[in-house]
Design a binder for this molecule. Structure first.
Ligand SMILES: *Cc1c(COP(=O)(O)O)cnc(C)c1O
Length: 444
């Protein structure tokens, strides 16, 4: 602030928007963004990786379950979520594919996915020869249960609700629709490790849940994934599929009768195994998860209060379970796409990290509109599989205007990402910036 400003004018000067030449509200250093788990890597991860290297056994099935980091990661994930079984893999996409196989998805089946999710959710379906049916999202920016009911056909098999950016889907209504139509539910929890719905961990509400450990997720090992389920049959089918030699590693596990049954039931698989180096990082990161989320949730409560003061309760996001939200972002809705651009511009000028959610000019792989290879039905296969097939022709049509609610809400949303690395001072200044822009917007 200029030294020439008289005290009685100081407040007015501080109120002047940075976009109009006033002082910036946020002056504290901006923390690293998009780093939740990875920002917390410390001596624990380093010691675990070192131990793996020093014992020179990088392969999980070369070790006893008690010794293997991949197995310990599975056991801790099962304990934290309350699921009976957990299966670590090399990516979230692998976890989705193994989960779909676990639930019995076959070529030609239709799998319902939301219009707002990372493209891998739909790609995992296609990799199995099944077809993604794109369901509109509601104001929560997640699968709309009403549109879900409309998109079901006799070929529908599985629903994949996706818990986006740490928030949770309207699971009660989604599960009710699924039950009515006898569909199974695979929760995509890639972005919501640690979120809960009515006190239950995501991934345990449906039949199975898939998580990712890629760099941008709550906790990370660079890559990696895990599937959880409490259904033994789903778990075993997923395990057979995740490793073409799973049976050999399991030869001595369980009773002789169980071993014989597994021998009879095993089928072809991939190699989606989790290596020990990944397991070591994943296990140590999982131990840090709840501390990270306690901080992001506390920050979100403060941003929520500031946004409510600034823009009014009607502008706030519509969470399906506010207490269970991971607190990875705060979203507000504007009356028009132009207003969203304006709010984002003013907030950015104040030093707030934020962005609008959708523009036809800026490709974002999280919005179906930009899923080009699906919209245009492209495939690596010479014979057109899976789109072209005599036995199971694709009955799904795609076009860029098919989910109007998604475009409507995304165009009006302004999102502010949250990380645990934001200092109290930084958060206080962001709240000041929000209130400042709010006062300006109610005066204009
Ligand atoms: C990251 C992500 C995936 C895929 O996980 P990978 O580990 O990158 O394969 C799937 N779905 C959603 C919603 C994601 O954010």
């Amino acid at each position: 602030m200029s030294a020439k400003v008289k005290p009685e004018n100081a407040r007015v000067a501080a109120d002047r928007l940075a976009a109009e030449g006033g002082p910036r509200a946020v002056t504290a250093p901006r923390p690293t963004l998009w780093a939740h788990g990875p920002a917390e890597i410390g001596k624990e991860e380093i010691a675990a990786v070192r131990k793996v290297l020093e014992r020179r056994m990088l392969f999980r099935f070369g070790l006893d379950r008690k010794e293997s980091y991949a197995a310990r990661f599975e056991d801790l994930m099962a304990k934290k979520t309350g699921a009976r079984f957990a299966l670590a893999m090399n990516s979230g996409t692998s976890a989705l594919m193994a989960g779909l196989v676990g639930l019995g998805v076959s070529p030609g089946d239709e799998v319902l996915v939301p219009a707002y999710t990372y493209i891998a959710t739909a790609a995992a379906v296609l990799a199995l020869g099944a077809f993604p049916v794109i369901v509109d999202v509601d104001r929560s920016l997640m699968m709309d249960p009403q549109d879900l009911a409309k998109k079901i056909t006799p070929r529908s098999c599985v629903v994949i609700p996706v818990h986006m950016r740490g928030s949770v889907c309207d699971m009660e209504r989604i599960l009710a629709v699924a039950r009515r139509h006898k569909l199974r539910v695979l929760e995509d929890c890639a972005q919501a490790n640690g979120a809960t719905y009515r006190g239950r961990h995501v991934g345990t509400l449906g039949d199975a849940g898939a998580f990712s450990l890629q760099q941008s997720k709550v906790i990370s090992a660079g890559e990696g994934g895990i599937l959880i389920t409490s259904d033994r049959r789903v778990f075993e089918r997923a395990a057979f599929y995740h490793d073409s030699a799973y049976m050999f590693w399991m030869e001595k596990q369980g009773t002789p009768a169980e071993q014989r049954r597994r021998q009879r039931e095993t089928f072809l698989g991939q190699n989606f195994r989790m290596p020990e180096l990944l397991g070591a990082v994943a296990y140590e990161q999982l131990k840090k998860r709840d501390r990270i989320l306690a901080r992001t949730r506390a920050i979100k409560r403060r941003l929520w209060a500031a946004c409510e003061d600034a823009f009014g309760p009607e502008a706030l996001e519509s969470p399906n379970d506010r207490a269970g939200d991971c607190g990875l972002a705060m979203t507000v809705f504007c009356e028009s796409p132009a207003q969203a651009m304006e709010w984002a511009r003013l907030l950015k000028a104040e030093g707030v990290n934020c962005g609008t959610r959708f523009s036809k000019e800026i490709p974002d792989r999280h919005v179906y509109y930009f899923w080009n290879y699906i919209m245009e039905k492209r495939t690596p296969h010479r014979n057109g599989f899976p789109w072209v097939s005599r036995d199971h022709p694709c009955m799904v049509q795609y076009d860029r205007e098919m989910c109007p609610q998604t475009i409507h809400w995304m165009e009006r949303a302004v999102l502010m990402p949250i990380t645990q690395a934001m200092s109290d001072e930084y958060v206080r200044q962001v709240c000041t910036a929000i209130r400042k822009v709010g006062r300006w917007s109610s005066a204009h």
